[in-house]
Each structure stands twice: as structure tokens, then as C-alpha cells.
Design a protein around this ligand. Structure first.
Ligand code: ASP
Length: 598
């Protein structure tokens, strides 16, 4: 039977005790990590969110009844223990913060017993994800997850404080809203009062924060939940948290400045210095050099353009790509011939094909004579001139892709990342911050054969690009920016269009009819008719920032109750069917096909 804690007060957390507390009487409460009964003495490691303290139970101190209770403790029992802090009688435990001390118990209450947990509560658990997520409340007891969530709380706190100091107001916006255009699928909520009509959960508070600027709030922020019904990846959850902000009367430099100072404050929490100003790179340069709009700049292996060099080549793959307006580019893996065997190159070729390339040409210089996949089309002199231009030496491997730029660049960008990992080129413990600026406004969508907004349709084009909106949409660059750290996008934002006519024109360029504009964004564009201040903003991905700071590979490690790949949550098992009455209230009928899939 569990005992009550009536009359007892916890005096501190377990690992808050230090040698300073020696000879004090304390009361600690927490979970039994482990207990060892060595005859007349029971040793217990007691755990709470601060860490572990060793407790000692001997009948002479804790009494007969107390000793009996101690002897029956098992893992995950919850206890309250009063005792005296003393210097350890045994050897100091270097691995514990409290390794020099122990608490000699004089009283114990068992507040709750525990069945044997389905997996041990320990750091770096080897237990399968599915089991841990099913018992997430146990998983969350593990010290590594607790550290992550404690850091997450601190990061959010720093953001609130910093932004308040900078004159931002925290304003909440609703969760049941009209759809916002961030380019993902909406989560919809049926209305009971208006059968057949739906709210959307916000993909972001984008439109509402812009309206707050129109209403004169000047500087807004919110730690906002956002919902996007997309396929999940390690760095994507269907619901996630943004530190969302919007500022009036600002230009790009102002928004970047406030955000880099905010990031500097956040990373100071883990003693990482972020030197300011953070370097900037245009989107085009990032694509040309790294084949990615979120380049990992912790290692080199930059993309080299060979188009000029091979423009007269008789190799049909190169010649055709160039004739069709594409390019021939490569990356050079230095001193990698031993690792990049023919088999390894075949694997990279498969990867390249998966991204959309037709193949991968290569020069592998393992032996004295380089082995070139297109040697038939090149004289030995030409090959050695090419290798010379690339600065290659024996031991190097050159990987070449020829196609349209939109295939060549991302393919080499991905291969570069694969090789960075495979060849262990990425230094540990380094944080490379980088602004990516001047994103294209439009992005061509092959599937729908239309232009889409790369950021969102409210993004202001660069003034010098305004004349090309109709004639050459692909060349229109935007006042949009991302912050990237080690290849992870942590922030995204832009200066917004506040001119009614320009906004209308951009909507039209995106293929929206007047009726669609009115139905989707009528309220926003109308607001611009009544005095809209110039404004811009950004959203920082809180989950991703914390993930980066913790050095984790998955958002699951920094979100308390995450969803898995198929967007379900394994502990409570949602989504789940609802009863017929609820469906009837909402005037919803489930079709037979969907029922069968269940
Ligand atoms: N709403 C944008 C996003 O979620 C951020 C912004 O433009 O402020 O990416």
C-alpha cells in the first residue's frame, strides 16, 4: 500500500546536494534507479530530474520497519527519504555529480510501488523506438530526454525574455482558422455548427501576424504551434513549434540582426559562441557551390563547374546536356579511391538516379593510371588536363553529373553530403551558421506545370526584379532569407508585400483567379487598402534549434510526445476512429473504402 506524503516537505532535488550540505538533514523524493541489498545495509540510487543521489539504509539509523521497507524497494518505486548528508564511506563515484556524498536515511516512505518497467530507465537506451514510444511516460524519465526537454524550456524562456526586451509583444492567434498558404496540406477540422464547412489548423500564423502589423502592434512574437500534413522525416513532425515574429518598418538587415542576436543568446546556453554578424550567401551561390539551399559548410568538397572545360567533348552525355542548356559539374573526393571502390561508386550512382540524374560519370584515380568511365571519348592528354584543372592527385575520385542545373546541383549536393559522412569529413562539435538570402520568388512545379511561391505568396520581390514578373518569372528573386546551421534550416522569413496591386499581381502570376484570391485572401488584401506599414518577419523552428543544440538526429528526442513516420502517436494511439454519433453530429460519412483500409 502506498503511503501518503502528508507532513513531509521535499527540501531539495537529489543532485542539488553537494559537499556543502554535509551533516544537514534533508528530505529527497524520487524514483529508485537501483537498489542493492548487501546484508545489513541497503544502497539505493534515487533519481529525479536533477540526477542521482546515493542513499544508505541501516537498521541502526532507519529503524526496523524502515529497513524492511528499504529491503523491498525495486526499480521505479517512488519514495520520500529523510536523512543526513555525509561524506561517502566507500569510494568516490567520479561519474556522479553527487559522487562524493550520500544520504544516511533516518526515515522512508514508499509513495508508490512500480511493476517491473518494460525497459530499463537509462541513458542511451538500446530499447527499440516503438516500445519506448508506447511507454513514452517512462521513456521521458530517461536522463538524456530530460536534459533535452529542460534545455528546450530554457531556449523558449531565453527567446521570450530577449524578444520582450527588444520591444516585441506576445500575442496569441487562433488554432481554428482559415487555411494559410505555406504550401503543405492542411489539417482540417469539421464544423458541427456549419455542416460541410471546415476550419484549417494553422500551417503558421502568417496571415494573422501580418494583419497584426496592419493593426499597429509593431513587433509581435508568439511561440506558435503549426500543423502541416506532410510526409514525415527525422527533421519533420506534423505539428511543430515556431518562434514566430513580425516587425513593422524594417528591412532585411533589421530582421536578420534581431534574429542573429537571438540565436546567439540561445546557443550561449550550451556555451557555443556565435560570432556576429553571421555570414550571408545568396541562394544562387549556395546552389552553385553546395547544390543545396541549406548547405552544410563544415566541410569543403564544393561543386565545380566543368561545362566550359568539356564543351567540345564527344561524350554524348556531356554534349547533350550542354546542348539542352544544362551543365556538367563535379565534386572531387580527395584521397578517397580506397573507400570509393567500383562497388561504392555503383551505390552512389543508384543514389544519384534516385534523385533524378540519369547516371554518374566518374574518374577513379587509384592506380597509376586513372580509371575513367568515359575514357572512350577522351584522349589521355585531355583526361590529364582535366585532372590537372581540378587539382587532382593519385588517390582522388571525381564524380560528374551532366543534365539540367535543377538535376545536376541537387544530385551533387546530396552526393556531397553522403560522402561527407562516409569519408568522415564532418568535424564534431562545430556549428556553422549561415544566412541564405535572395531566394527565387517562384519555383516551377513539374507535376502541376505551374509556378508556385518558393516561400509564400506574400514575400516581397527584390525591387530590381519587379520588371520581370511577367516576362521571366524564373529570374525573380525575393527578399526572403533562411538561417542554416550545419545543413539544417532553423529559420525562414521574408519582407512582405504590402502593396495591394503588387500582391494582386503576384497572386495572378501564381495562377490564382480573382475569385480564388477573394475567397482565400480577400480579408488580407483588403487590409492593405487601409494603411499597411511596411513589414517583415521570420519564424524559427524551436524543435530543430533544440535538436541541433542537443546534437540529436531526430525531432523525437526533443518533443515530449512525438508522432511516428505514419503520423500516428503510439502511446495514446491516435488518430483513432470515433463513434457514429460524433460523425453524425458533424454530418460526416466514412466511405466503405476507407473503412476497409482501417
Ligand atoms: N510563415 C513562414 C514559415 O512558416 C515564416 C515567415 O515568413 O515568417 O515558414
Amino acid at each position: 500500500m502506498a503511503e501518503s506524503m502528508t507532513g513531509l516537505k521535499r527540501t531539495c532535488r537529489c543532485a542539488e546536494l553537494t559537499t556543502e550540505n554535509i551533516s544537514q538533514t534533508v528530505t529527497v523524493m524520487g524514483w529508485v534507479q537501483k537498489s542493492r541489498n548487501k546484508g545489513g545495509i541497503v544502497f539505493v540510487d534515487l533519481r529525479d530530474r536533477s540526477g542521482i543521489i546515493q542513499l544508505i539504509f541501516e537498521e541502526s539509523n532507519v529503524g526496523k520497519e524502515g529497513f524492511e521497507k528499504a529491503a523491498k524497494l525495486r526499480s521505479e518505486f517512488v519514495v520520500a527519504v529523510t536523512g543526513t548528508v555525509t561524506k561517502r564511506s566507500g569510494a568516490i563515484n567520479e561519474n556522479l555529480k553527487t559522487g562524493e556524498i550520500e544520504v544516511v536515511a533516518t526515515d522512508i516512505r514508499i509513495l508508490s510501488e512500480s511493476e517491473t518497467p518494460p525497459f530499463p530507465i537509462e541513458e542511451n537506451s538500446k530499447t527499440k523506438d516503438e516500445l519506448r514510444l508506447k511507454y513514452r511516460y517512462l521513456d521521458l524519465r530517461r536522463p538524456d530526454l530530460q536534459r533535452n526537454l529542460i534545455l528546450r524550456s530554457k531556449v523558449a524562456m531565453v527567446a521570450r525574455q530577449f524578444l520582450a526586451d527588444e520591444g516585441f509583444l506576445e500575442i496569441e492567434t487562433p488554432i481554428l482558422i482559415k487555411s494559410t498558404p505555406e504550401g503543405a496540406r492542411d489539417y482540417l477540422v469539421p464544423s458541427r455548427v456549419h455542416p460541410g464547412s471546415f476550419y484549417a489548423l494553422p500551417q503558421s500564423p502568417q496571415v494573422l501576424k501580418q494583419l497584426l502589423m496592419c493593426s499597429g502592434y509593431d513587433r509581435y512574437f508568439q511561440i506558435a504551434k503549426c500543423f502541416r500534413d506532410e510526409d514525415l522525416r527525422a527533421d519533420r513532425q506534423p505539428e511543430f513549434t515556431q518562434i514566430d515574429m513580425e516587425l513593422s518598418f524594417v528591412d532585411v538587415d533589421d530582421v536578420l540582426d534581431v534574429n542573429e542576436r537571438l540565436l546567439q543568446k540561445m546557443f550561449a546556453l550550451i556555451d557555443v559562441d556565435v560570432p556576429l554578424p553571421i555570414p550571408r550567401m545568396t541562394w544562387q551561390e549556395a546552389m552553385d557551390r553546395f547544390g543545396s539551399d541549406k548547405p552544410d559548410t563544415r566541410f569543403g568538397m564544393e561543386i565545380i563547374n566543368l561545362t566550359e572545360q568539356v564543351k567540345d567533348s564527344s561524350f554524348p552525355v556531356f554534349a547533350n546536356a550542354i546542348a539542352e542548356g544544362g551543365s556538367v559539374r563535379c565534386i572531387v573526393a580527395k584521397n578517397a579511391a580506397a573507400t570509393l571502390t567500383r562497388k561504392a561508386i555503383d551505390k552512389l550512382t543508384e543514389q544519384a538516379k534516385g534523385i533524378g540524374a540519369k547516371g554518374l560519370a566518374f574518374i577513379r584515380w587509384a592506380d597509376e593510371k586513372p580509371n575513367c568511365s568515359f575514357a572512350k571519348f577522351m584522349s589521355e592528354e585531355e583526361l590529364s588536363a582535366l585532372l590537372h584543372t581540378l587539382g587532382c592527385e593519385q588517390g582522388d575520385v571525381v564524380l560528374i553529373v551532366a543534365d539540367k542545373d535543377r538535376v545536376v546541383l541537387p544530385t551533387l549536393g546530396q552526393l556531397r553530403l553522403t560522402l561527407g559522412k562516409q569519408l568522415e569529413l564532418i568535424p564534431e562539435g562545430q556549428y556553422n551558421f549561415l544566412w541564405i538570402t535572395e531566394f527565387p520568388f517562384f519555383e516551377w512545379d513539374e507535376e502541376s506545370q505551374t509556378w508556385l511561391a518558393m516561400h509564400h505568396p506574400f514575400t516581397m520581390p527584390l525591387e530590381e526584379c519587379l520588371p520581370y514578373i511577367d516576362s521571366d518569372p524564373g529570374s525573380v528573386r525575393a527578399q526572403a532569407y533562411d538561417m542554416v546551421v550545419n545543413g539544417v534550416e532553423l529559420l525562414s522569413g521574408s519582407i512582405r508585400i504590402t502593396d495591394y496591386e503588387l500582391q494582386q499581381k503576384m497572386f495572378e502570376a501564381l495562377g490564382l483567379t480573382d475569385e480564388e484570391i477573394e475567397a482565400k485572401f480577400g480579408f488580407l488584401v483588403d487590409a492593405y487598402k487601409y494603411g499597411a506599414p511596411p513589414h517583415g518577419g521570420a519564424a524559427l523552428g524551436l524543435d530543430r534549434i533544440v535538436m541541433t543544440m542537443c546534437g540529436c538526429d531526430s525531432l523525437r528526442d526533443v518533443v515530449a510526445f512525438p508522432k511516428v513516420q505514419n503520423a500516428s502517436e503510439l502511446m495514446s494511439q491516435c488518430p483513432s476512429p470515433v463513434d457514429q454519433k460524433s460523425l453524425d453530429d458533424l454530418a460526416i460519412a466514412i466511405t466503405e473504402m476507407e473503412k476497409e483500409e482501417e
